[in-house]
Design a protein around this ligand. Sequence first.
Ligand code: G6P
Ligand code: MN
Length: 442
Amino acid sequence: MKLTILGGGGFRVPLVYRALLGDRAEGRITRVALYDVDADRLGAITRVLGEQAAGVPDAPVVTATTDLDEALRGADFVFSAIRVGGLAGRAADERVALAEGVLGQETVGAGGIAYGLRTVPVADAIARRVAEVASDAWVINFTNPAGLVTEAMSRVLGDRVIGICDSPVGLGRRVARLLGADPDEAWFDYVGLNHLGWLRGVRVAGQDVLPRLLADPEALGSFEEGKLFGAEWLRSLGAIPNEYLHYYYFNREAVQAYRKAERTRGAYLREQQAGFYGSPSLGSWRATLADREATYMAANRAAAGVGERAEEDLESGGYEKVALALMRAIARDERATLILNVRNRTTLSVLDADAVIEVPCRVDANGAHPVVVAPLPYHAAGLVTAVKAVEREVMTAAEGGSRAAAVRAFALHPLVDSVTVARRLLDAYVDAHPGLAYLAKS
Ligand code: G6P
Ligand code: MN
């Protein structure tokens, strides 16, 4: 089995490779092709993977290339984990939005729109190459904003592209632990868009045990989401929101904390990663990863007045585990239930069939099929439809170079409070990113 990783010089590739090294089962991945536009980054990551493989018998063979078609040829699975514009681009996304007093986050609000506008054209081009060169391959998309990018790719690849994110898994794991349940045995009633979903129930042996947690203020206040949102708000909502909803429910506080921070997340990571890529080794990769995990969402935690992340949340094991479980279920026709980003079909009645949503899916050799979930309450349906409308404007802008659609994308977002601001944001982003030249004023 051949796995191609697009963005193969990316920092989180060794997480995926580590998971592959632990897979001894029949039908496992035996070849990994790394593709990246940056040969130096490819070299750095190849070196780390080499150190990881030392002493492991039959470690998957790694090759690296800057030729997309060569990387794709013969692939059974393609992971897409690219970052158009790099971390410098992410930092610019944040800076421009914060200068207008609105949120500049990688996936949420104005920052997410800017990132989407420059990523969708690239993701679309990649999807077309996959359709041409590796039409039987399954594409697993990690590229953020993951829901939007998966939907853009699905216009070319249909259900052959599946988006993944580890935040619903982390949420499920934390809640299950508190309830004394095995996360692999529990059924999570979770639905929404990527980074915009709610956990409404946790079924163990046919019974919903989430009300037990919601009734226990002490337990509620003891885990990441409980600390971020406060026990009272969770009880009042009757659900546990994805941590990214902190940007909506506490927008003012989050923006303030972002503005107060010495450096934005993107700027921080940019500096941190420059250190690693300057002298790459397995040791420095591990140290850099530990630091990245420890500082994840630090500004939000500062805004909520909560301390460090819990020890058990620091070990990663979300992102690459979901990817591996998904590949296994497809390759070996092993039935699994995973929370994934797939086309809606008829799951949420407020969205059309082609809208990509994040929902538990049954996975087998035929792909991922969303399961039936309860409808969203109005407040959640409102956010989901508003943000889906924004995503659609981003896709329209990217497809036809429509500036009007790009302005609508910013202006219609619930976290951008003025059409004037939306226009200024677009102009400032066009100035900041060469990749957005297609939206410049004519
Ligand atoms: C979470 C999100 C991902 C994001 C990752 C890293 O896992 O679900 O979408 O890429 O965090 O965030 P960071 O701020 O460290 O880049
Ligand atoms: Mn994510």
